[in-house]
Design a protein around this ligand. Sequence first.
Ligand code: AMP
Length: 139
Amino acid sequence: MSTIFSKIVAGEIPARIVYEDETTVAFLDANPLAPGHTLVIPREEYERLNDVPEDVATDLYATIHRLVPAVEDAVDADASTVAFNNGEAAGQEVPHVHCHIVPRFEGDGGGPIHGVAGDPPSLEDDELDEIADDIESRT
Ligand code: AMP
């Protein structure tokens, strides 16, 4: 057990836990981007989504599904951004899979998730076809 989130799961460091079950835990982010900013994690430590077994992924999504309306309603949000930073290059700092539920409000000054990547690439149809085929072949 090494991540700070595993220490929260073990009760070794405090957190504002808002939901827990056999497989998952949800707690308030310590540095909230908005009131109600919540993190949902698997109890077990997996670094990336790619590492999460299918049964745990199912439970993780069930908790996200339960928490999104609860979080939005609790802070009277208009919407929410729900996202994973999946890997260091994508901005993941804690190497224990976590879903951010960030409540959003009309006129809050934030942007859509389209703003997270760098300059958008210009791809020809044949390149798009090749990428789509490659992804399909790996599923
Ligand atoms: P990420 O950049 O996706 O890895 O996000 C990590 C998140 O964990 C950040 O939003 C931090 O504010 C949050 N965080 C770090 N330590 C704690 C903690 N002890 N309790 C709650 N949230 C934390």
